[in-house]
Design a protein around this ligand. Structure first.
Ligand SMILES: Cc1cc2nc3c(=O)[nH]c(=O)nc-3n(C[C@H](O)[C@H](O)[C@H](O)COP(=O)(O)OP(=O)(O)OC[C@H]3O[C@@H](n4cnc5c(N)ncnc54)[C@H](O)[C@@H]3O)c2cc1C
Length: 298
């Protein structure tokens, strides 16, 4: 689509034309989004969805880009980044957050109120929407554990979805294709603020001791296969430190691939494929990526 037509037809939504997606993903790689929209209200999100449908444009929802590998070739159509759609409301033991809010901000707000149930999710660098989308989790706690419901926008209708009406498991939630998650609500337990804060600090220390947080990455590349740990399989195959271009299997945590030195998305993709191939050949385990690939890879 002609860029001037595009610009004129999106008057009410903040957006960047030809946005460099490496600035919006934690791998710090990825080409250009034809349009990166940054809605601040539900109506703007509705407008964008409706607009993309009418114009037959691809439409993608981006949270904080911490579980995505975007192709160097970029993305056509609208990439709808939720990071400015933020807010947290606490009523008694119930906490509701808009989808673009950082999950870690929700964790901090809950601890400040003396509410327990989210503290083990401290330090996950995604948004509320991204956490619900894939049932993010850590330290034996998942996003869905204390979740009671979430709202989505689908085909111009806002719907509240109760947890009991959704099929979910480890790092997977069914039925969210074509939906924009708008908010999530958790019911938490009462807790001692200082104990919760201590637990948070313990978790943040453990993350920084075990994870290569000084390099760009998107966390664990692979899901935990049944009966094994992805990072141990990778380690046992001698792949710690393996490099393709500027991408490297982290020497600190073999489950992470890091953007070691000006990696391209294709370098990271090729390294993921190489790790899968070697682990399959040496151990028989098929590693399934937890991370999501957007756009074209060779
Ligand atoms: C250092 C590091 C540590 C990490 N540790 C963990 C961990 O301990 N546990 C864990 O589970 N993950 C971890 N991750 C991965 C990541 O933070 C989570 O998967 C997070 O939930 C992704 O959220 P996001 O907002 O960044 O989603 P994005 O990466 O932006 O998007 C991921 C997917 O969610 C969809 N999505 C995002 N928002 C919405 C929305 N509002 N509506 C509909 N779809 C949406 C996107 O379309 C995409 O398909 C880590 C990542 C890093 C970089």
């Amino acid at each position: 689509m002609n860029s001037k037509v595009f610009l004129k037809s999106l008057p009410d939504v903040p957006f960047v034309f030809e946005a460099q997606l490496s600035l919006y993903t934690t791998y710090r790689v990825g080409g250009v989004a034809q349009v990166l929209a940054l809605p601040e209200t539900e109506n703007q999100i509705k407008y964008l969805m409706d607009f993309s449908k009418k114009k037959h444009l691809p439409f993608r929802v981006l949270g904080l880009g911490s579980n995505i590998l975007v192709s160097d070739l970029g993305l056509p159509g609208i990439t709808c980044c939720m990071k400015h759609f933020q807010g947290i409301k606490i009523e008694g033991k119930t906490i509701t957050a808009l989808a673009g809010t950082a999950l870690d901000d929700v964790v901090r707000a809950s601890i400040k109120e003396g509410l327990s149930g989210l503290e083990n999710l401290s330090g996950i660098p995604g948004s509320v929407g991204g956490a619900v989308f894939m049932n993010a989790g850590a330290f034996k706690t998942e996003t869905f554990d204390k979740l009671i419901s979430f709202t989505v926008l689908k085909e111009d209708i806002v719907k509240e979805i109760k947890k009991e009406d959704v099929k979910y498991e480890y790092r997977k939630v069914w039925g969210l294709e074509g939906c924009v998650i708008l908010s999530a609500t958790w019911r938490l337990d009462g807790g001692e603020k200082q104990i919760l804060q201590n637990r948070r600090e313990e978790i943040l220390r453990s993350r920084s001791a075990k994870q290569p947080l000084d390099y760009p990455s998107a966390g664990s590349v692979f899901k935990r296969p049944v009966g094994a740990y992805a990072s141990k399989l990778i380690d046992d195959c001698g792949l710690r430190g393996l490099k393709v271009g500027g991408a490297q299997v982290s020497t600190k945590h073999a489950g992470f691939i890091i953007n070691y030195q000006e990696a391209t998305a294709q370098d990271i993709y090729n390294l993921i494929k190489e790790v899968q191939k070697i682990v399959k050949a040496k151990t028989g385990f098929e590693l399934e990526p937890e991370q999501i690939f957007w756009g074209k890879f060779e």
